[in-house]
Design a protein. Sequence first.
Length: 279
Amino acid sequence: MSGIVWLASYLKSGNTWMRLALASAREGGVAVDINRFGGGDDTISASRRHFDSVLDIDSADLTASEILAARATAYRLVAETLGVPALWKTHEACTHGPDGTPIFPASATAGVVYIVRDPRDVAVSLASHVGGTIDDVIALMAESGRIASKATIALPLQLEQQIGSWSENVESWLDRGPCQPIMVQYEDMRRDMAAVLRRVTEGIGMPTSIAAISAAVGATDFKVLRAQEEQFGFAERPETAQRFFRSGIAGGWREALSAAQVARIERDHGTVMARLGYL
């Protein structure tokens, strides 16, 4: 089946790493260029340029509600042109347009890989990413219905995105997605990326081999990606972050968060954390 495989997650949960690893495995385990390999702006669900190109319109002339209503149509048109499934990254919650139509339609979907990470680690990583305090980020992660990339003075490169809270984002894809998702935990990626890639590639029907997966794991080792960023920079790193590929460790929250910060995250997201085995 052709269509789009959505690589979905809340921010700073391992989405970019997974995208690079899958792209490498698909090509036999070749080395990656983080600024080219695995796709650019056009393989991000909220790409304004891609939306305008596919629908042959100027999104600057539309309201946010009109854009949201047209998203599903844009994805269906993309899916019709694909000979093989495409890997598209998204941090958006799996929500609906103003008329109740899912913005990620089943008819355009070849699969869903949803990546989750302990929200306590997400808070630490996201604070570094946005250049904010951990307390501010904890509040942001609990913000129900949170929207990103709202237009202010200049028109953002990405369309307005309904991110939701961390819990809302997770539950939207696990419970109301366009198909049964393959759920991947970031901690398992750190523990045994080869096993994760085997499960994911089999689940989405991507032809590959044990040798290709092994090579892809080496090509996208966190130290390799971080060294590339240090040498050449990374186009997806925001100006607020010193680096995109920071440390990548699991469990670092134990040294970085105060007891009060841990308690607030667990209070905000305890139900979903327990569901995923984080509590």
